[in-house]
Design a protein around this ligand. Structure first.
Ligand SMILES: Nc1ncnc2c1ncn2[C@@H]1O[C@H](COP(=O)(O)OP(=O)(O)OP(=O)(O)O)[C@@H](O)[C@H]1O
Ligand SMILES: [Mg+2]
Length: 361
């Protein structure tokens, strides 16, 4: 029916039995064939949402539609969903092949064993686990078990694939490799996927779009780059970005943003980016570390405390107003620890937030 809204969640709420409201009026949609990342800190409600989509948990209110039809009253087994749990949940006493075949050989739609094996082997070929067919999960590495869990979720050819932090048990290099494989695989099979992670880099690298949650509320539902360039609020600006954004506590007085040892005319900012006229008072001026430039005469003068190499760039660390700050420069930049440096703030790339976290610039 609707490819734009293949999965649609409307005004979803979940209040647990103890009265805790884990999900507060959440609405979003997912396009057919897209891989969407649900991102957010621990406890923000990501698993709660997946469990409601899968039918393992009943919403307190709101609606969930697959392909235009409400599934809230549909049994989990009839929702055509594949679910990869965080801990893989493989059956330890079964071989890899038996694990992958299992969903096809139980329930009212079960099929003959030889037919099930044929389908299982087709998907095992795709995820490259055929070599392990007769091994038990315990004898496989984390990454290999991961692929078994994904294959088992795929054999029933579900319409929707849910993955809950599937890479969290893997080492850094394997994570990078497998996340690329997952994206390639779901794109090849063309399956609509919701991928839960608390890792912003992972979300940015594989998501067609990202939905960022905090405290049971959507903070931003957007393409990856917009989380950097146009964060909705203070939480988003600080959650996304590595190194983290630099925050300067300032006060607006007589047309100037006044920090502990600098003052910048409001007129120097890009006037088109103001979202409203600002009243005098306290604000936070936030700038990404790559937008602080060492120059001859800048907005503020700081003493570099430490320099850290990250790949092709260097992080200059300094303290300002009792807060740790970072500035990102090219590898060739000769600045070293103990140097006194003038920094220019790129105001056209800065953000201004109210104390409540509302973005006003
Ligand atoms: N059965 C339950 N009863 C009461 N509160 C619950 C229950 N399950 C989860 N919660 C609470 O609901 C909130 C959301 O939990 P959820 O498991 O969805 O978070 P999450 O985003 O998946 O976190 P994590 O990244 O740690 O897995 C948490 O504060 C959690 O303590
Ligand atoms: Mg969780």
């Amino acid at each position: 029916m609707s490819n734009e809204k293949f999965v649609e969640v409307k005004n979803l709420r979940k209040v647990y039995d103890n009265g805790y409201e884990a999900i507060k009026d959440v609405s979003f949609s997912v396009k057919k064939g897209d891989l969407v990342c649900l991102l957010g800190p621990s406890g923000c409600g990501k698993t709660t949402i997946l469990n409601m989509l899968a039918g393992l948990l009943f919403p307190t209110s709101g609606d969930i539609l697959f392909d235009g039809k409400s599934v809230v009253k549909t049994e989990p087994k009839d929702r055509q969903i594949g679910y990869v749990f965080q801990n893989y949940a493989l059956y330890p006493h079964m071989t890899v092949l038996q694990n992958v075949m299992f969903p096809l050989t139980v329930g009212k739609n079960k099929i003959a064993k030889d037919e099930a094996e044929k389908i299982a082997r087709k998907y095992m070929e795709l995820t490259q686990i055929t070599d392990f067919a007769n091994q038990r999960p315990g004898s496989l590495s984390g990454g290999q078990q991961q692929r078994v869990a994904i294959t088992r979720a795929l054999v029933q050819e579900p319409k929707i694939l849910l993955m809950d932090e599937p890479l969290s048990n893997l080492d850094a290099r394997l994570r990078l490799k497998i996340r690329e494989e997952i994206r390639a695989l779901v794109k090849k099979v063309g399956i609509t996927t919701l991928f839960v992670t608390h890792d912003q880099e992972e979300a940015l690298s594989i998501g067609d779009k990202i939905i960022l949650f905090n405290d049971g509320v959507i903070q931003q539902d957007d393409m990856g780059q917009n989380f950097y360039l146009e964060p909705n609020n203070y939480f988003v600006a600080n959650f996304v970005g590595n190194p983290v954004i630099d925050n300067f506590e300032v006060e607006l007085k007589d047309g100037k943003l006044v920090g502990s040892d600098f003052a910048i005319d409001l007129a120097d900012f890009d006037q088109d980016r103001f979202k409203k006229n600002l009243d005098e008072g306290k604000y936070t001026l936030s700038i990404r570390p790559e937008n602080l430039k060492p120059v001859e005469h800048g907005h503020l003068s700081v003493k570099i405390e430490d320099v850290e190499l990250i790949g092709r760039e260097r992080i200059l660390k300094f303290e300002h107003d009792n807060m740790q700050h970072r500035c990102l420069v090219d590898l060739e930049q000769p600045i070293k620890a103990e140097d006194q440096v003038e920094l220019q703030l790129r105001l056209d790339r800065a953000f201004i937030f109210t104390p409540e976290g509302e973005r006003v610039y």
